[in-house]
Design a protein around this ligand. Sequence first.
Ligand SMILES: NC(=O)c1ccc[n+]([C@@H]2O[C@H](COP(=O)([O-])OP(=O)(O)OC[C@H]3O[C@@H](n4cnc5c(N)ncnc54)[C@H](O)[C@@H]3O)[C@@H](O)[C@H]2O)c1
Length: 374
Amino acid sequence: MIVGVPTEIKTDEYRVALTPAGVRELAEHGHEVVIEAGAGEGSAISDEDYRSQGARMLPDAEAVFGEAEMIVKVKEPQPDEVARLEARHLLFTYLHLAPDPDLTRGLVESGATCVAYETVEDTRGRLPLLAPMSEVAGKIATQAGAFMLEKPLGGRGILLGGVPGVAAANVMIIGGGVVGMNAAFIALGMEASVYVYDRSIDRLRELDIAFGGRADTCYASTLDIEKRLPEADLVIGAVLVHGAKAPYVVRRDQLKLMKRNAVLVDVSIDQGGCFETSRPTTHSDPTYEVDGVTHYCVANMPGAVPITSTSALTNATLPYVLHLADAGPERAAQENRGLAKGFNVVAGKVTYQPVAEATGQPYVELGEALGAAA
Ligand SMILES: NC(=O)c1ccc[n+]([C@@H]2O[C@H](COP(=O)([O-])OP(=O)(O)OC[C@H]3O[C@@H](n4cnc5c(N)ncnc54)[C@H](O)[C@@H]3O)[C@@H](O)[C@H]2O)c1
């Protein structure tokens, strides 16, 4: 198969979908890899690094989409990229379609087979291709929140860890999955007072053991969240319902309960956001204010640390890229049921139920759609 990697074009996105190690593995499996010149620059990977492992560099995205059968990316395709997709393409990338009916429609109309990193599952129902970026985003969430709490940046002017004789800040984390746990570990490392909320009792049990009593675990009822909001200096939103639009865990009318210039970090913004007042922001302009509360809602937080994120992402995606390239999409989906969960759009049909429900598209079983595509 010819595997193509274009340069990421989303604002402030510096990651790339394949490292030279990935090129080498694909080449050893007999595949050809074409990469847009300069695609690795943001992650400190040169064209020569790729070339030396067997990649062919192409001058622009048009050439990559023109030659490749499988397109491997990081972020959801931007309008110019959607326009380049054809029915013969297999697209493998983050898609986050549930909150984005326009992109879903664009992919349906392209006829391409579109496999989303974030809905691929492992044998235990976990999300192996979301996890590495959630680890990064969780760590950044606390870092960014601590920074935004500084007075010159519009924050309350409180130090997360306090000092002897002065109390630490209160960090409230709603959603204790991969993002939430990593955010909590950094907040604990900075010596803040940490409260983690989740609706899964089993998850709260796991967190309780992981924190060894250093953070409080709390059930995420509306009332309990509301009771803690007035004390919080930093609130990190990290909930996820697999593949679906994020539920709201803080409503606009609850902002008035919060301290002036407290900070909300909505990591779930890529699934539509879990605070009612969230809207996507960028690394260049990361915050805005609503009712006296700073909102940080960067949709590609790991893009800020591409040297870490590119390696972490491609370590996880490479086995799936190889399987898709070796077996082709139809056989790969049959051989790996977890990978089959990643198929969101196939041959003009939405094949992932939560996306169909959220975007108002008809749902078609994967087997039926793949059969029609063959
Ligand atoms: N902004 C970014 O750059 C970025 C980067 C990585 C991940 N993310 C997003 O972060 C979110 C979290 O990802 P994750 O990997 O931690 O997911 P996860 O599945 O590991 O964890 C989500 C947690 O939310 C909990 N939850 C669900 N509904 C809840 C509710 N109503 N109240 C409280 N808890 C609830 C679940 O029980 C689970 O423990 C996802 O939307 C993911 O796409 C964003």
